[in-house]
Design a protein around this ligand. Structure first.
Ligand SMILES: Nc1ncnc2c1ncn2[C@@H]1O[C@H](COP(=O)(O)OP(=O)(O)OP(=O)(O)O)[C@@H](O)[C@H]1O
Ligand SMILES: [Mg+2]
Length: 403
């Protein structure tokens, strides 16, 4: 399946919506290149608003050739020269015009890529053709030399009606049935990013050729999942407790879900057994607290839970694991595991009784355990049992809740 974002790349400037002024500015810069003092344009703005597309649309209209240089592939001037080389030298008067596009200079990291920035500065000095740089954040210090050599042009976030028009056009060509209201809702939630709006449309509607109202809910479900994945990433990948502790701040998922998500994904991330064990200790403490909240409405425990499952888990590792882990939603298997954890408490208690009474654990599980919770409800017996078996808090908790 081909991405619709490719299929519907604007072919002319008319098709670049919502950026009329800046596109005209860029076009004028290219047409009047010979008269420019500054030989490059630095176009910037958020992702998916038409920066790269505009360059190609303009080139297309003017029948210019675009020579694209991916900034992050270059460490120094030699490498750029190797790629662009003769292309930047003036050829015959009648040769086809050219635009040198250095896309996404954000990719150059400040320190080790200083050579890369210098190489681009040199390129601007040498080139007989317009150089266009694109960036999402051009105000980083490392770009100061590029800023002073360039005409700055800002692409802004798209308003939702522009996005709506983009989607509407695609729906027309693709014959996707839809209601305008739903399409507008989809446009609004894209946050001004046409690329992500088109991708959403494709994933929700292309197969059935229909954008159903319900599919928006699916999308918000998906956003929720993405949020929680980001939160997990924060907790698992940082050793900075300040960063970890705020991980769930923007997550709306309820606490049980958070615990399940961590539980499901923790072992994929923490592969050193000791660190994993430490992290699980935090998680199981959080689980105990959460059950107390449910039974006794001790909501003040919430802060402990949050601390345990964020900073607590983050601090269980000495250094971050470098491998990439694809976090997964919780599944049925996980719930079974959770149940077996609860079962584990039962076995633990049975083990204690077996020891005291010199019988087998298996026997106790069958004969005594079914009645123990009932006895436990009687206050006097309860204290007797707790003392006799020397039960810890978690075991008491389990027994009080068991039926
Ligand atoms: N203003 C727009 N008008 C029409 N289509 C657009 C517009 N902006 C983006 N698109 C669509 O979104 C896709 C991505 O746009 P583009 O590559 O130009 O974004 P960008 O601003 O360069 O983003 P990035 O910073 O992530 O590179 C295009 O292929 C096009 O389909
Ligand atoms: Mg781009």
């Amino acid at each position: 399946m081909h991405p619709l974002t490719h299929k519907y790349i604007p072919k002319t400037t008319m098709e670049v919506l919502g950026q009329e002024n800046v596109v005209k500015q860029l076009r004028d810069f290219i047409i009047n290149f010979k008269k420019q003092k500054k030989k490059s344009a630095l176009i910037y703005g958020p992702s998916g608003v038409g920066k790269t597309s505009s360059v190609y649309a303009i080139a297309n209209e003017l029948d210019y050739e675009v020579i694209e240089v991916n900034a992050s592939n270059f460490r120094n001037a030699e490498q750029i020269n190797f790629k662009v080389g003769n292309a930047i030298k003036q050829q015959s008067l009648f040769a086809r015009g050219k635009i040198i596009l250095v896309d996404e200079i954000d990719g150059l990291s400040g320190h080790e890529d200083r050579g890369g920035v210098q190489a681009i500065v040199k390129l601007i000095g040498d080139s007989a053709y317009p150089i266009i740089l694109t960036a999402t954040n051009p105000f980083d210090n490392k770009f100061s030399s590029l800023r002073s050599k360039s005409n700055l042009m800002e692409f802004s976030q798209l308003d939702y009606l522009s996005i709506f028009r983009i989607l509407k056009r695609i729906c027309g060509h693709e014959k996707i049935r839809h209601e305008d209201e739903v399409l507008k809702a989809l446009s609004r939630r894209a946050g001004g990013d046409a690329r992500s709006a088109i991708n959403d449309l494709q994933s929700l509607a292309q197969e059935k050729k229909e954008l159903a109202k319900e599919s928006l809910e699916e999308l918000s479900e998906r956003n929720k999942t993405e949020n929680i994945m980001t939160a997990l990433n924060k907790i698992f990948k940082t050793t900075d407790l300040k960063i970890a502790i705020s991980a769930f701040d923007n997550v709306r998922e309820d606490l049980d879900e958070q615990l399940l998500w961590i539980d499901e994904n923790l072992p994929k991330e923490y592969t050193k057994p000791q660190e994993l064990a430490k992290a699980y200790e935090m998680l199981s403490k959080a689980d105990v607290f959460s059950r107390r909240i449910k039974r006794w409405q001790h909501y003040r425990f919430l802060v402990y839970i949050n601390a345990l499952i964020t900073a607590g888990i983050a601090s269980a590792k000495n250094e971050k694991y470098k491998n990439f882990v694809q976090y997964k939603p919780t599944g049925r298997i996980l719930k079974l595991w959770w149940a077996s954890q609860r079962n584990a408490k039962k076995k633990e208690i049975a083990g204690k009784i077996a020891e005291k009474t010199h019988s087998s654990k298996k026997e106790i599980l069958k004969s005594t355990m079914p009645y123990l919770p009932i006895m436990f409800r009687n206050k006097e017996m309860r204290n007797g049992i707790i003392n006799y078996l020397d039960l810890n808090e978690e075991e008491i908790e389990w027994l009080a809740k068991a039926k």
